[in-house]
Design a protein around this ligand. Structure first.
Ligand SMILES: Cc1cc2nc3c(=O)[nH]c(=O)nc-3n(C[C@H](O)[C@H](O)[C@H](O)COP(=O)(O)OP(=O)(O)OC[C@H]3O[C@@H](n4cnc5c(N)ncnc54)[C@H](O)[C@@H]3O)c2cc1C
Length: 176
C-alpha cells in the first residue's frame, strides 16, 4: 500500500502517438496494449498497490518473443546490400527459434529525435531457423525508422514484439 497522487500520475501509461502504430493491423495493436496497461494501472491505484503494476511493463529482458511486450534482441551482424537496403541478423539466445508461420511479421520499436516509432518487418530467415532471425530492410531518405536503422552496429540491442499476421496455408489445399 503506497504512493502519493503525484507518484501514481507519473506511473500512468501514456496513450500511444500515431507514430507508435505500425499500421500493420497487429493483434494486439499498441492501442490494445495501452488499454490493458491503463486498466492494470487503474486497478493498482484503486488498491494502492504498486506490485500490481509489475506484470507487462511493456518490455521484457528475456528472449521469448511476445505480441504484448517488447523483447530485447542483440544484433549479431548487419550487412549493407545496396545503397539503401540492409540485411540484419539478430541473436536468439539458447539456440531458440521464433517458429514463425508463413508471412508473419514482427514490430520493431525505435526512438528518433525523442519520438517513438513502431514499424512492421517480415523476417526473411526460415521460420524454424535456430539461434537467429534475419530481416531485410529498405531505408528511405525521409523515413523515421530508416534513420534509426542506419545507426545500427553489431552488438546493438533492438526491441521487437510479435509475431503478427500470416497466411493460412496447407499443401495442396485451397483455403477460404
Ligand atoms: C506487415 C508489414 C511488413 C513489412 N515488412 C517489411 C520488410 O520486411 N522490410 C522493409 O524494408 N519494410 C517492410 N515494411 C515497411 C516498414 O514497416 C516501414 O513502413 C518502412 O521501413 C518505412 O518506415 P520509415 O519509418 O523509415 O518511413 P516513414 O517515416 O513511415 O515514411 C517517411 C517517408 O519514407 C518514404 N517511404 C516510406 N515507406 C515507403 C514505401 N513503402 N515506398 C516508398 N516510399 C516510402 C516516403 O517518402 C515517406 O513519406 C512492412 C510493412 C508492413 C505493414
Amino acid at each position: 500500500m503506497s504512493g502519493s497522487e503525484e507518484e501514481w500520475r507519473a506511473l500512468k501509461p501514456r496513450e500511444p502517438s500515431p507514430s507508435q502504430c505500425c499500421g500493420g493491423g497487429c493483434q494486439p495493436c499498441v492501442y490494445d496494449v495501452y488499454e490493458q496497461q491503463l486498466a492494470r494501472w487503474e486497478r493498482a491505484r484503486a488498491a494502492r498497490d504498486k506490485g500490481l503494476l509489475v506484470e507487462g511493463r511493456g518490455e521484457s529482458g528475456n528472449s521469448e518473443l511476445s505480441p504484448d511486450a517488447f523483447t530485447a534482441f542483440s544484433l549479431s551482424w548487419v550487412r549493407q546490400l545496396t545503397e539503401d537496403t540492409y540485411q540484419c541478423r539478430f541473436e536468439l539466445p539458447g539456440n531458440g527459434s521464433l517458429r514463425l508461420g508463413l508471412g508473419q511479421h514482427l514490430v520493431l520499436r525505435g526512438v528518433v529525435n525523442g519520438l517513438e516509432v513502431q514499424r512492421a518487418y517480415t523476417p526473411i530467415s526460415p521460420g524454424n531457423a535456430e539461434g537467429y532471425f534475419e530481416v531485410l530492410i529498405k531505408c528511405y531518405e525521409a523515413g523515421l525508422m530508416s534513420q534509426y536503422i542506419k545507426t545500427w552496429k553489431e552488438g546493438d540491442t533492438a526491441f521487437w514484439r510479435g509475431p503478427f499476421g500470416g497466411f493460412p496455408y496447407r499443401p495442396n489445399k485451397q483455403l477460404r
